[in-house]
Design a protein around this ligand. Structure first.
Ligand SMILES: [Zn+2]
Length: 294
């Protein structure tokens, strides 16, 4: 009986202790997996972290549900890329008077970003921009917790970002100039290509997969002509998306099947591509091999 009572008291202690602990932690909500990875890396265990768009899901065309809105209401800070990339988040914040709660990592004005580079929502594909974005995140989380730990975590993470940058630079440095052109599924590889001296000669879709109409017959002929003229060997398709158009292009051009890449999101924990660094290196290596014709 005494033992039962003791374990009941202990359970109650854990329950209420846990509750009190959870309530004192600031809540950080991330829009999608790449940002969630940065928040966990920089914030450590000092924050309660919630991610909205799950692993292996494209952010384009995302719709907010009441369940997500509940998470957003609890947030001390909400981290997104830009109002253009997450219009659902910008709309929610405006409607709820919570615009100050949002930290936009890639917000720009007049078409330019903080590094004064052309605007493109897929800023996480460029390690140089990632350094700037993660610094902004470390500053905001540091203010929130009142601790220097986020700056220490940032300094450590910068080393990892730089490692990714160097490895990718070496990989694409091995690709001869005449083999550096590709066709992408949607316009998500422009910044990556710019950083590593590649050339996105054309894209299949006008927007993201989840929000674009099927490309036209005319667009097909234009891309096919482009592929032949520029002797392009690599057609990229977005992993998990319909690749019928890309497949027809490769068949008509006599090329290997489309190369499925997943630069749009992270994979579930424990799989290759489950962190930003792993995602960049996994996709980068596969792209390099395809450009080399391997
Ligand atoms: Zn995209």
């Amino acid at each position: 009986m005494l033992r039962l009572l003791a374990s009941l008291i202990f359970a109650a202690y854990l329950w209420f202790g846990g509750q009190a602990f959870a309530q004192t932690q600031p809540v950080v909500v991330s829009s999608f997996t790449v940002i969630h990875d940065w928040v966990q890396t920089i914030g450590g265990k000092d924050f309660e972290t919630i991610n909205i768009i799950p692993p292996r899901s494209e952010a384009h065309g995302f719709q907010l549900s009441p369940h997500h809105a509940k998470d957003l209401r609890r947030a001390s800070v909400i981290v997104g890329m830009s109002p253009e990339f997450e219009p659902w988040l910008a709309a929610w914040a405006k409607a709820n008077g919570r615009s100050d709660t949002i930290l936009w990592l890639n917000k720009h004005s007049g078409g330019r970003t903080p590094l004064n580079l052309p605007a493109n929502p897929h800023a996480w594909t460029d390690p140089a921009r990632v350094r700037v974005m993660v610094k902004a995140l470390a500053d905001r989380l540091g203010k929130l917790s009142g601790q220097d730990k986020t700056q220490v975590a940032y300094q450590q993470y910068v080393k990892e970002i730089e490692k990714v940058e160097v490895i990718l630079g070496q990989l694409f440095g091995e690709v001869p100039p005449e083999k550096r052109a590709l066709i992408s599924h949607h316009a998500n590889l422009d910044l990556f290509a710019q950083r590593y001296g590649l050339k996105v000669a054309g894209t299949i879709l006008a927007g993201g997969s989840a929000e674009s109409a099927d490309p036209s017959v005319r667009h097909f002929s234009e891309l096919l002509a482009l592929i032949r003229k520029q002797q392009i060997r690599v057609i990229v398709s977005d992993e998990g998306q319909n690749d019928t158009f890309a497949r027809r292009l490769t068949e008509d051009a006599g090329l290997p099947p489309p190369l499925a890449l997943s630069f749009e999101y992270l994979e579930p924990t424990g799989q290759p591509g489950d962190t930003w660094a792993s995602m960049m290196l996994t996709n980068g290596r596969r792209l390099q091999q395809a450009l080399l014709g391997k």
